[in-house]
Design a binder for this molecule. Structure first.
Ligand code: PGA
Length: 257
């Protein structure tokens, strides 16, 4: 069975001091839910403090991005080994990076390879825009993003990474995909695409998260779906109470509570 994984992407929220407070508020309850892998993804400047707090606890730390070059004259960027000093996960290809910061399928692919080289586990985001959904292009678009992201990766790498299906129209809007539709895309599109390229064994091993307006109320129904192995949560991960409730709902939904 795939171990469920719930990650909280804090985006550009929380100073280092606020991040420490938030983690301290979450930790006592999170420590009792070890059946779900838990990850917090703070902004870079909060990562070292959060990582020190999480050391030796079940809570893992991720970064929101990285650059693929190992070092050099790249003002403003953060290298894979700098991330790996503090993190075990890194989010790559979030739709906000694709939309506002020029991330492409090609840069996503380079970053995934660089993440693996540094010993990080990538959480790779894919998802369609509203116009694409309305035009009936969801499946072909998402399958294309998955193929492009995974180009040139080994079967072992693909089995080890995490894919996050995040329909862009559901992010930060309060409009989550229905459980059935989230399950359909995660299973019949994302997992099926991995199966086509890497075979069923790899596709059964890879973990697929759903993201987009997951909250304490809808988490149980979404996480109960067989092809959804967890969530990438934005807004609702910024409060200890709701993040803990989502992790607990995931454990329950997977029969692990
Ligand atoms: P949201 O964000 O939970 O606030 O919709 C999800 C994400 O962007 O990962």
């Amino acid at each position: 069975m795939r171990a469920p994984i719930l990650a909280g992407n804090w985006k550009m929220n929380k100073t280092a001091a606020e991040a420490v407070e938030l983690v301290k508020a979450m930790q006592p309850e999170l420590a009792t839910i070890t059946s779900v892998e838990q990850v917090v993804v703070p902004p870079y400047l909060a990562v070292p403090d959060v990582s020190r707090l999480c050391s030796g606890t079940p809570l893992k730390v991720g970064a929101q991005d990285l650059f693929w070059e190992p070092k050099g004259a790249y003002t403003g960027e953060v290298a894979p080994n700098m991330v790996a000093e503090f993190c075990s996960y890194v989010v790559i290809g979030h739709s906000e990076r694709r939309e506002y910061f020029g991330e492409t399928d090609e840069s996503v692919n380079r970053k995934i390879k660089a993440a693996f080289q540094a010993g990080l586990t990538p959480i790779v985001c894919v998802g369609e825009r509203l116009e694409q959904r309305q035009a009936g292009q969801t499946d072909s678009w998402v399958a294309g993003q998955v193929r492009a992201a995974l180009q040139g990766l080994s079967a072992t790498q693909v089995a080890a990474l995490v894919l996050a299906y995040e329909p862009i129209w559901a992010i930060g809007t309060g409009l989550a995909a229905t459980d059935e539709e989230a399950e359909r895309v995660c299973g019949a599109v994302v997992r099926a695409t991995v199966a086509e390229v890497y075979g069923v064994q790899v596709s059964e091993a890879v973990r697929i998260q759903y993201g987009g307006s997951v909250n304490a109320e809808n988490a149980y129904a979404i996480m109960s779906q067989p092809n959804i192995d967890g969530g990438l949560v934005g807004g609702a991960s910024l409060k200890a109470e709701s993040f803990v409730a989502i992790v607990a709902a995931t454990a329950k939904a997977k029969g692990l509570a």
